[in-house]
Structures are given as C-alpha cells and as structure tokens.
Design a protein around this ligand. Sequence first.
Ligand code: MG
Length: 365
Amino acid sequence: MKVSLVLLAGGNSERFNENKLLYSINGSTLLERALGVVDFYPFYEVILVCRGQDLEEFTKIVRHVGASCIIVEGGETRGESAYNGVKSASGDYVLIHDCARAFVEKPIVDRIISQLKGVVGVVPVIAETDSIVRSDGKYLDRSAVKRVQTPQGFSRVELLRLFETHGFNYTDEGSLWATENNVILVDGDSNNIKVTYKEDVCSHIKGMRIGNGYDFHPLVEDRELILGGVALPFHKGLLGHSDGDAPLHALCDALLNALALGDIGKFFPDTDMRYKGISSMVLLREVKSMLDERDVHVFNVSMTILAEKPKLAGYIDRMKKNVADILDIPLSMIGIGATTTEGMGLIGREEGIACYASVVLTEDF
Ligand code: MG
C-alpha cells in the first residue's frame, strides 16, 4: 500500500498577523514541528504545498529538517491548494495534513493508516466540550457533534474525482468526501490543535522556569580580558581558574539555577585541572547540553555587566552572537546591558567586573 503525504502550508495566517509557520516556539518553527509527521509512517512520497512567496524560505526549512519533499505551489483557496497537492501525488492513498496542526503525534497517524482499505475516507475527531448553539439561538446536542482535525486519509483517485466534480469550496477534504461517501471517524487528539491565533501557541508551553545568576572576578595585570566570549583590548584581565569570563559564568549559573541543579562551582570546580584556563564558552556549551537532555528550551536571556572600564558598547553585539550561537536562540531574545558604578566601590575603583544574568526557560508538553 502506497500512502502519499500532502502537507498544506499555503495559508495566509490572517488571524495570526505574521506567517505562523515561521513562528518559533521553544526553538523550532511551527513548520519544522509540523514536518515531524514525515517520520510517523514510511510514506511513499511527501508533497508540501505552499504559497509562491514562501517557496524559498520553506525549501530552506525542509532541507534543514532533512525531509525529502516535493514542494508545489498552492492555489487561491485551501481546497485548490489541497487539489494541487493531491494532483501531484501518485500513491494509492493520500494523507492530507494542515501544517497549522504542528503538534500532531504518531498515534493519530497510526489510527488513520489502519483504516485505509478499499475506497475510503478517514477523519480524526474529538468530542466537543463547549455547548453548541446555532446562530438562531437554538441549542444543539453537543454529544451529537464532533470537532474534525487533520491528518485525514483518502483513496487518492476517488478524492481527485470529487475535487473535479464538486470544486474547492470546502473547509476540509472530509466534507468534500462526505458529499458522496461516508467518512470513517477515528479518535483525534486534543493536543493536536490548529494554531490560528498567537494565544493558541501559549497553550502548548507546559512550564516556565526563571533563573538568575551573579558573578564577580578581580581585575589583575597580565591577564587577557574576556567578557561574553569576546577578548577586549585592556591592560588588565579577570583572574579566575578558567578564563574568568564573569558574564558567561553568571549566565551558566542562571541556567543551572533555573533547573535547580546547583551552580557552576559544582559542575566545573576550580580544583579540577581540566577547567584550568578553559574558555567559558565551553562551559556554557556543557550547560546547554544539560538543558537539551531535559528537553528544556531557553526563551530569553537578560544580562547586565558592571564595569567601570573599559567601555563595552562596541563589543556587546559580538557577546550576544556568542550566546545566541551556543544557546540556539534568536539574537532578539538576548539582552546584554552594561553599566558603571559611577566610580564607587570595588567595581568603581576598577578592582573587578561583575555581571547579573536572568533567564526564562520553557518546557514543552
Ligand atoms: Mg566565576
């Protein structure tokens, strides 16, 4: 049995105010997440339908994910886009999935595939939990209605015939199929939401954790000054067992602290010769791998460096880039500020440099 997968990614995201499939949640765009469905079955072929203006960007994402897809241009309506996709397919059956349902999981695909025998149309449904009223004020029995999701599975040739007979004015292919045939209903999944509004995305974040960290190192002669992974020209540097990069140490501490794992001294003790003179970028990478092991993502980072001298403004962008590269988050999610203490105290007397760091971490469902 050959099953083709048609992924619909040709919408205009009108109610989202930006291209929702390029919207990133916990480090992955909705499109990347939706492409996960490719691995749920040994599909005969995968066809991604998108708008002409998204071809280039979506092709890059498809390559990045490593999915092998035929990419075709959509039409004016959802129905036309689906038709273009189905027309390009050649399997016995087609599974049509709306990429806005980016959180789809394998069991739903298994349930649909298991029903594909003979000439058949299969749609997943979930129970309606709200009361349902008609626009004339008459209530419906909500146990008699279901909410329809995707993916939906169909015999390809029959579905093509229905498109060509009835046109494209349907909200999903199940309703087109139902014009002439019965649809088989299987259980959907309440987590398989269709992202329509920005707030739909928030419902997918299980938890948030906040973390803060602080570090302070003395400034001494004959040391290179390293802040945020950037070497600054200055006549003094920060003393430490590692490279003394106080901002990255504060950041490591904030990340570890958010996970309640302890602090940097526990994982990278200054009695361990492996860490002597080590770049703190290496330490930050190790902390990032601890987050990855726990399936936790960095949402944003906020840091304030306290230094009387040197002036840091010209180096902040490079520090942000270092942090963004290691934590794999956009530059727009990293704030790094710098301040002096107006000549007061240890920092004001240029005896040391300190840094505060705060982070917000998110966990998926
Ligand atoms: Mg330190």
